[in-house]
Structures are given as structure tokens and as C-alpha cells.
Ligand binder design. Sequence first.
Ligand code: ADP
Ligand code: MG
Length: 224
Amino acid sequence: MENIIEVKDLNKTFLLGELTVDVLKGINMSVEKGEFITIMGPSGSGKSTLLYLLGGLDKPTTGKILIKGQDISALSDEEQSIMRRREVGFVFQFYNLVPNLTVEDNVMLPLLLDGKKISKYSDKLDEILDVVELSDRKKHTPRELSGGQQQRVAIARALINEPDIILADEPTGNLDSKTTEEVMNLFQKINREKGKTILQVSHSLETAKYGNRIINVKDGRVWE
Ligand code: ADP
Ligand code: MG
């Protein structure tokens, strides 16, 4: 099996004034195409930092991240932002939707930012809204939706560019248990039926059950 993600001796240090904080201390891991991985670990252990680096939202201090064999830290800023838009979709705990845009505009936003003509994508939009079961909410704004529905809009937005990898940082951290189940079922469907590789950060073993493997991060390192 091909590794879609490979991380080699990854380190991340933040500078806080005079202080240096070593957040990731030699992370090694690989992810096969089609896996659904849960990253677990105590608060402050570096899980979000790891996810941001994998998604090209920040750069490593040292070490390598290979996405489909390509070292993303060796890319120029522009190449990195192209990679970020094409290869990965991001889902956040607090949805990060634009409040005054409709559901359809929120979902289309990555295409707009990519300079694409969105009129060409109306079939794609309909297909994705069908997957997340929000076809009847196209013209609604986020405040007219429940938390679970808002997260499903965010998942649709993550899918619109057809990335192979979905990165989700505590996607159900703000949801009740019934809604959590709905959202996790949706991730599972996207993983199994669409073949997306998913990495989620989660605190709960309950949601880890939907994935095929757990990676434990503690004190900036991966523990088996
Ligand atoms: P987790 O997601 O596991 O709770 P994070 O990756 O958010 O942990 O944070 C790990 C550590 O890195 C924390 O101590 C946090 O304060 C620090 N940190 C994260 N981002 C930054 C940043 N941009 N600047 C400085 N310190 C940061
Ligand atoms: Mg975090």
C-alpha cells in the first residue's frame, strides 16, 4: 500500500519572546491511503500543531512531511498554498463558517478563493450537499442551522475541492452525543464510499471507534 502521508523526524518550536517552546519533538508516522486515523492525547500535547503542519497551515522547524511522496516543507509559499487547497480539506471544532453567507456560498468559498468560476460547479455542489444531507438548506445562513448542521456545511466545504485528505481538529468537540454520532457516521461514509483519508483529533474513545487506528501524541512525541 502507498503511504499518502509520511512524517519524518518532525520538530516544531515556537518562540515566545525569549522563550522557546518545543511542541513537537521528533514525530515519525505514516498514513496509508484510505485510513481513518484518530489522533489522541492530553490537552497541549501538540495535536493541533501536528494537524496544522500536515495541512500546510504552518511550517515545521525541522523534519519532513511528505504528501503523496512530495516534501511540502520544500515548496515555496505559493506552491504550498496550492497544495493546501488541492490536497487537503480542513474541518475545525467551531466550524469557522462565514456568518452572513448562505450554506451554498460557504461551501463554494474555497473555489472562489481559488479563482474558479463557480457557475460550473453547481452539479458538484448539489452532489456534495446531498452527501451531507443539506440539500434543502442551500439558502440558509449558519445561524439558522443547528451545530451539527453547521459542522456538516464545514465538511461539505472541505470536500468541494475534492481533496484526498480530510484533516479535522476536534470536529465533534462542540456537539452533543447524538449529533456527534451523526457527524461521525458522515465521516465514516466519506471514508468508505469516497475513499478519503481522514485524520481527526479527538478526546473521546467513542469517536475513535469510527476510525481504523489511533495515534497517541504525548509531550510532543508519538506513543504506540
Ligand atoms: P493540543 O491541540 O494537543 O491541545 P496544541 O498543538 O494546540 O495542543 O498546542 C501545543 C503547545 O504549543 C501548547 O503549549 C501551546 O500553547 C503551544 N502553541 C501552539 N500554537 C502556538 C503558537 N502559534 N505560538 C506559540 N505557542 C503555541
Ligand atoms: Mg488542539
